[in-house]
Design a protein around this ligand. Structure first.
Ligand code: HEC
Ligand code: HEC
Length: 123
């Protein structure tokens, strides 16, 4: 449930649902068949949150038309990152969620190591 809390916290920052799988209208989303870290209920909110956190489309991680496929390196990396974020949050003494994908990624695929040159020095 800790992960889901992260997700709900993040949902406000996610981009629209235009790429989300259709529900209703004749389309029924098939049950997930290749989950190693998430629960089925996490998929909707978590996928949108990761998309927003990295500033990318679903296809950044997914082979088009086959969400279950593990062919893309980015999906494997994302799965490791989900586990890493869970580990980090589990180490906070208050048991609350403090770190999300967005904490580091800020809408980019590669988090910055140093502040941008134009940034004023911290006081
Ligand atoms: C940053 C990478 C990333 C992005 C962006 C992303 N996903 Fe995922 N997605 C994953 C990972 C990792 C899993 C597997 C999670 C697991 O192993 O528990 C997954 C699993 C899924 C599954 C379950 C597939 C199955 O059958 O097991 C669906 C459906 C899905 N994603 C849809 C989407 C949609 C729709 C979007 C765009 C809104 C999206 N994803 C964006 C990384 C991503
Ligand atoms: C502690 C900071 C941190 C957090 C939190 C974090 N990441 Fe990352 N992530 C990184 C760094 C740093 C890299 C670049 C690593 C590299 O270049 O090898 C990266 C790279 C990635 C990549 C590969 C991007 C590419 O261009 O191939 C994916 C995908 C990714 N992260 C997904 C996620 C997801 C999804 C989450 C949340 C579950 C997450 N990350 C949380 C630091 C973080």
């Amino acid at each position: 449930m800790r992960l889901l809390a992260t997700v709900l916290f993040l949902t406000a920052m996610t981009v629209g649902a235009q790429d989300a799988p259709k529900q209703g209208g004749g389309h029924v989303r098939p049950p997930p068949k290749n989950l190693k870290v998430l629960k089925p209920a996490d998929i909707g909110p978590m996928m949108g949150a990761m998309r927003g956190a990295l500033g990318e489309k679903c296809e950044f991680c997914h082979v088009e038309g086959d969400f279950a496929s593990d062919e893309k390196r980015e999906k494997l990396t994302a799965r490791q990152m989900i586990e890493m974020v869970n580990d980090v949050n589990a180490k906070f003494p208050d048991g609350k969620v403090h770190v999300s994908c967005y904490t580091c990624h800020r809408g980019k695929t590669e988090p910055a190591m140093v502040p941008p040159p134009a940034a004023p020095p911290a006081q």
